[in-house]
Design a protein around this ligand. Sequence first.
Ligand SMILES: Nc1ncnc2c1ncn2[C@@H]1O[C@H](COP(=O)(O)OP(=O)(O)OP(=O)(O)O)[C@@H](O)[C@H]1O
Ligand SMILES: [Mg+2]
Length: 368
Amino acid sequence: MLLSSECSEHLNCHRLEGARVSEHGFEAEDLAKRFGRTAALDGVDLAVARGRVLGLLGPNGAGKTTMIRILATLLRPDRGRARVAGFDVVRRPAQVRERIALSGQHTSVDEELTGLANLVMIGQLLDLPRRHAVRRAGELLARFGLEDAATRPVAGYSGGMRRRLDLAASLVGRPEVLFLDEPSVGLDPGKREELWQMIRGLAADGVTVLLTTQYLEEADALADAITVIDHGRVIAAGTPADLKRQVGGHTIAVRLDDPADTEPAAAIMAAVAGRAPERSTRHELVVPVAGAGELFEVTARFRDRAIGVTELSLRLPGLDEVFRALTGSSAPSSTGPVSGPALAPAPDPTTDPATATDPATDSAKATR
Ligand SMILES: Nc1ncnc2c1ncn2[C@@H]1O[C@H](COP(=O)(O)OP(=O)(O)OP(=O)(O)O)[C@@H](O)[C@H]1O
Ligand SMILES: [Mg+2]
């Protein structure tokens, strides 16, 4: 991957709608970072153009937060190079910081202050005159549907309101590049959809977004391009459509009435799909297929053999299936989503260090 030339105030950057906007999004080449014996990142390439959304997918411990922390200049890479908004993250961290915002896995707003006071305070910390900070706070509260709650302390906000305020807080400084680390965790489906709309709106305004998520569905809804990482390495990259093609389009999932039918049912699914089904965490038999034709065939053969089912579905592949198809093994353990489709089996803290403690995650909470 070629890294484009350094952006300077005189060269590639110009002002647009009150914000400094470069022609660049961000790009990383061969990034590596170890923590003791753990290779959190092991030679990762990423690139996205200005105003685009890149989805960085991976299970717990894959290296997503580490990538964001390096791009946000909170952590130095051991190897490789990265530029954000045209500036090298190691050599020009101050310039990078002026142009980015980070919204972490947990909200970072002050509980005791009102929503309005939080945003005004951040504006003032960013050296906006108070009058401008108040105006910017008002704009953002309106944009995120928080006007009615503006003068209430955040302690009384719902989870969804906090998330929205947190996102608003990250936008006070009009970032060119926005890092969102699992932004929809804890949101109900309706609120998630609203958040997605907001993120789409930001990208339409020219903001470049790096979004980490464990849900293919979320990346699918938002991302122009997706990079999937696992154990610090890229295991797939492309558009959402590319990834789905790689995993064979759809998945048939079957839950049997009687576990004694597992063998004949699996044999039928293997014969129809051309590969043996896997057993999911929900005790389903799951197999990737090209489309609905295979579902009808499986249903007919089950009927002929009098195999009863409690659930039978044809669905788009989940990240779990993506991992199976790409790596030939199931995704590593996960603490599982608070909402949204399940990625991976139930957590096993005895075997997965990432589910035990995760200092990177905790220390990436700060907004700017
Ligand atoms: N400061 C640290 N010290 C030690 N190990 C770390 C540190 N930060 C990250 N790691 C380890 O590096 C690996 C990648 O962690 P990272 O937080 O980047 O994963 P993630 O993809 O963000 O996971 P999650 O989905 O749980 O947020 C994990 O094995 C993690 O335990
Ligand atoms: Mg993380």
